[in-house]
Ligand binder design. Structure first.
Ligand SMILES: [Zn+2]
Length: 407
């Protein structure tokens, strides 16, 4: 149980105290931390607490040190907020610079992460500044850089690295198909892809690497915390142990999970200046594994399984986005859009294809069963989730909702 970090006992509570008690939020929540002899005694910080607090209450530095304010996408309706100093942004950038993508001054990075309230675009920007790489700020979610324009820029500017959410890779691939652009041949300079911001199960990663013919490096983190883990060249997501202390708890937060077991990630930021967090319950499902990686890092491996709130309970089984991605992305024909609707005794899986495909419902249902999807599975193959013709127009992209729970 517990001992995820060699220096768990060495977490300096007085230094943490000094930092977090500078924010009005923690000043009122923790009163004084002198009474805590171990970090394990400090109360958890819940997402709802952060959502309810006013934005400046999380700030732990003088306003003059503020570099950025950010908000999460607010999938649940209410966004979570965070502050960053220049050094905080540089730390997030450094994590990307030293990830498996190994940015260098020969690189030209097309940043498709939105340059807006979300933080990843700015981390990539800082990674580029640190390594001398050039950037093309081809933000998603605006009308300046629609999908065909992104493909055009990638070819014309000889882009070497693409950075964006995994869904953008799927939408760009579909745009390329509509424009008869061969992804593997049209971008001879593209050497790798950096993704973040959405779950990337191993089979989704393998599928996208197959479609694009390039290696993909994933990042795990959040607006509130920064980059918690980065993928090395061997596909292992390593915890940034110098910047984060990670604990894993069962969802009720009553008991800690053992190494290798899946639970909710509880994060303490060790170096964040602007909005430090202590024992922050991320609501993300993760597991950690000891690592003696070929890349030379002995930092723990983090495996990410999506959000606990997305999980469906069917009979005595729980499945979430991870299991669904593993099943969908190992289909012989992967749909361009899909959605799972919870039903009384299972789920209705909607799959949309952009080209006519020969699908045998029985074979697909059998595939899902084999991939441990429980309950009664019904399939909808004629429903339009997403109008693929909009990709060629100047429409703004959005992150899809993959799981729809019963009300
Ligand atoms: Zn490694």
């Amino acid at each position: 149980m517990g001992a995820y970090l060699k220096n768990e006992q060495e977490i300096n509570l007085s230094i943490l105290q000094e930092k977090v008690l500078n924010s009005p939020f923690y000043k009122s929540k923790l009163k004084s931390m002198n009474f805590y002899s171990s970090i394990k005694d400090v109360p958890f910080t819940l997402k709802d607490e952060i959502r309810k607090t006013s934005k400046y209450d999380l700030l732990a530095v003088d306003k003059r040190l503020i570099s950025h304010f950010h908000e999460s996408s607010g999938t649940t309706g209410i966004p979570t907020t965070s502050w960053y100093t220049k050094r905080d942004l540089e730390t997030g950038g450094k994590e990307i610079a030293v990830s498996g993508i190994k940015l260098n001054d020969n690189d030209l990075v097309l940043i498709r992460f939105p340059f807006s309230m979300f933080v990843p675009a700015f981390f990539v920007l800082h990674a580029a500044y640190q390594t001398g790489a050039g950037v093309i700020p081809a933000s998603s979610r605006n009308t300046v850089t629609p999908y065909p324009k992104v493909l055009e820029l990638m070819t014309e500017l000889e882009v070497t690295v693409f950075a964006g959410i995994p869904r953008e890779l799927e939408l760009l691939a579909e745009t390329a198909r509509q424009l008869s652009i061969n992804l593997k041949e049209s971008f001879p300079h593209l050497r790798g892809i950096l993704v973040a911001g959405e779950l990337l199960s191993p089979r989704r990663k393998a599928y996208l690497e197959g479609v694009w013919g390039r290696p993909i490096y994933n990042l795990y983190g959040s607006t509130e915390t920064g980059n918690i883990a980065k993928m090395c060249e061997y596909g292992v997501l390593h915890l940034s142990e110098e910047n984060y202390y990670l604990e894993i708890y069962e969802e009720s937060l009553k008991a800690e999970k053992a190494v290798g077991e899946v639970g909710v990630a509880v994060i303490t930021t060790l170096t964040n200046q602007a909005a430090p967090l202590i024992r922050y319950v991320t609501e993300d499902l993760v597991s950690i594994h000891p690592s003696k990686c070929q890349c030379g890092s002995s930092h723990l491996e983090v495996r990410h399984y999506g959000r606990a709130k997305d999980c469906l309970t069917i009979g005595d089984k729980t499945i979430g986005l991870y299991e669904l991605q593993e099943a969908i992305y190992s289909l012989d024909q992967v749909p361009i859009a899909w959605k799972v609707r919870e039903t009384e005794d299972g789920m209705n899986i909607v799959m949309q294809y952009s080209e006519p495909v020969l699908l045998l419902k029985g074979v697909i249902q059998e595939h899902y069963k084999k991939n441990n999807i429980p309950g009664t599975i019904t399939l909808s193959l004629d429903e339009t989730l997403f109008d693929t013709s909009t990709l060629l127009n100047n429409e703004i992209s959005r992150k899809p909702v993959y799981i729809e729970k019963r009300k």
